[in-house]
Design a binder for this molecule. Structure first.
Ligand code: FAD
Length: 361
């Protein structure tokens, strides 16, 4: 018998342990691997029984048993770790040099600029990204600079981008990039562990910072409030909606209830397993915070700087303790939750957050 008395049938376990409990993050990974799992908008459903035990759908789910030490070892070659920020080589402020990218980007446009560069230099031949707008996110296989530019801007809902992995494979793409939220980054790392057919692979991962995404009901809320007429949404603290010269603002408390349950047990707000992670600076919204993590990530960023694709400046010393504190508190909150059972961490790591309470590492 498997977990919760549902046998070893993977789709049944996915349904019972992840989807029915509200723990599905809407990453989309399982959908691409199984004809019996579909997404309806951003809701995932198992539509037919499947007899396969230990199937890929459960294995790659970021909310099923996740051994971070193994994933870190696979990704970084060692488990040397900054327990708060994850493994990293460099943290800096960064922005795209191209003003048209900055104008379209959520903040400094670094994700868009680096994605286009990765495409042009053959690091990937397409990337799974999010098109549409905050009022209707849409997963996209972006295979040209124009597609990537059209994906600029944050949509604060799930957007199951990974559902398109197998479609990208069928279209003949061999090196597939993933741009996504931390749950999508974790799923992508798990997908890399699955023996892939014919050599197609996930070749590069850009992770976003993410303190939470909104459930599909959020779309109804913004429609009801007439906010769907706006073009841009941002959350610098309160929630801001903008169009041309018009702007309106809602207190965050008004939308807190729409945060997906799955995000409440997310231990990874900075996409720690990505090749590089990108977020806001929380101070200067024309710039991003950029964290380079793997050797591949460092190489792309160095190439981008030398070729005038992005510019960087020093991460202000006074901000680092604030970033650490926000991430430390988020991780501690998650570890205190009895429903965060998918997390498989070392006793040392748990102790760091729950007993010894931080420090610099
Ligand atoms: C749900 C969500 C929550 C976030 N929360 C935080 C936070 O708490 N703190 C913080 O500092 N930053 C957060 N971010 C990240 C931030 O909004 C920016 O995406 C990031 O700083 C990159 O900015 P940019 O100017 O380089 O992006 P751009 O150059 O505009 O590129 C944005 C990229 O994000 C991708 N994208 C957009 N929406 C989604 C989505 N729903 N799922 C997956 N990919 C998507 C697009 O494909 C595009 O490539 C969040 C992003 C999302 C999507």
């Amino acid at each position: 018998m498997g977990e919760c008395g549902v046998g070893n049938n993977s789709a049944a376990r996915l349904k019972k342990n992840i989807i029915s409990t509200g723990l599905c993050s809407g990453c989309g990974a399982c959908i691409g691997y199984c004809p019996y799992i579909k997404c309806y908008g951003e809701r995932v459903a198992v539509i037919h029984d499947c007899k396969i035990s230990e199937g890929t759908c459960y294995r790659i789910c970021p909310r099923a048993s996740t051994k971070y030490a193994d994933l870190r070892k696979e990704t970084f070659g060692s488990i040397e770790l900054d327990m708060v920020l994850g493994n990293y080589e460099m943290i800096s402020f960064a922005r795209a040099c191209d003003e048209s990218i900055r104008r379209r980007g959520q903040y400094g446009g670094v994700v868009t600029a680096l994605s286009i560069l990765a495409l042009e230099t053959g690091i990937f031949d397409c990337a799974l990204m999010t098109g549409g707008n905050f009022n209707g996110a849409k997963p996209i296989i972006a295979a040209c600079a124009g597609d990537m530019l059209a994906c600029a801007g944050s949509k604060y809902t799930a957007s199951p981008n990974l559902s398109l992995f197998q479609e990208a494979v069928k279209k003949g793409f061999k090196n597939i990039g993933v741009i996504g939220r931390p749950c999508q980054v974790t799923a992508a790392r798990k997908m890399q562990q699955v023996t892939e057919i014919k050599g197609e692979k996930i070749s590069f991962i850009i992770g976003l910072f993410c303190m939470g995404s909104f459930s599909p009901e959020f779309y109804q809320f913004i429609k009801f409030k007439g906010l769907d007429k706006y073009e841009i949404m941002d959350i610098p603290g309160d929630v801001v909606f903008k169009r041309k010269s018009k702007e309106t603002c809602l207190p965050f408390e008004e939308i807190r209830e729409y945060i997906r349950d799955s995000c409440l047990i997310c231990y990874d707000p900075l996409s720690e397993l990505a090749d590089l992670s990108v977020g806001s600076t929380e101070s200067d919204y024309g710039w991003n915070t950029l964290i380079t993590r793997t050797a591949k990530g460092v190489k792309l960023v160095e190439h981008a700087i030398v070729n005038g694709v992005i510019e960087i400046k020093e991460y202000p010393g006074k901000l680092l303790p604030l970033l650490r504190k926000a991430v430390f508190n988020k991780k501690k909150r998650v570890l205190e939750r009895p429903d965060a059972t998918y997390l498989k961490l070392s006793a040392r790591e748990k102790e760091f957050f729950l007993v010894t309470g931080g420090g610099s590492k």
